[in-house]
Design a protein around this ligand. Sequence first.
Ligand code: SF4
Length: 250
Amino acid sequence: MAETKTVLVHIKRQLAPDQKPYWEEFELSWRPFMNVIILLREIAERPVTREGKVTTPVAFDANCLEEVCGACAMRINGKARQACSALVDQLEQPIRLEPLSKFPVVRDLFVDRSRMFENLKRMKAWVPIDGTYPLGEGPRMAPEVQQRAYPLSRCITCGNCLEVCPQVNERSDFVGAAIINQVRLFNLHPTGAMHKRERLEAVMGPGGIHDCANAQNCVKACPKGIPLVESISEVNRDAIRQAIFGWLFG
Ligand code: SF4
């Protein structure tokens, strides 16, 4: 009889934010083209460990399943990446799944990434709308600027760049590369540029650009290939220019 191929998975479980983590092992039947999301769904359908103990389904976050929403970021064999694009056949076994470590665990592999959204607000990485009445067309954007802005706009707020950054830790308030990249994006936008000054002031404050130690891990971990080091360097240059010459422009 032909031997059935299986997939071994070790998952770091945590039932609630204040509970201790522990590991569980699962053994599943192999199927072609499996990714980590399929593994987790199969465990949810039949939550039984390798030893035959009935357990609870593993909690995880996912949405688009095509590396666009950023929700399924986790550590897979120690590397921060998206579960939807992690193919089982390309992973060493046992496959180790852990939650991202720079965010509070809600349950199992599901983390609370709201610090990223709070930091976007803190660094004013948006275009404020004054009222809800029609504002008419916005200013036109030159094609060269569109070309520079597009790669920066591909951020999916997955948090992988924060996960690999040594400056993002419990002793620091550093917002991380994704947020600084968004500062650059909004400063480039003709409407966003109207608030460039306030944005640069925010980015020069606590947890901002000066907390970056130039480890450059972020750019290697980004699934969207965003030029994060270039963004940090450009925002840093603009911030220094504003700090030195800002008084000239009142
Ligand atoms: Fe994820 Fe890249 Fe955005 Fe960081 S910059 S949150 S790694 S997509």
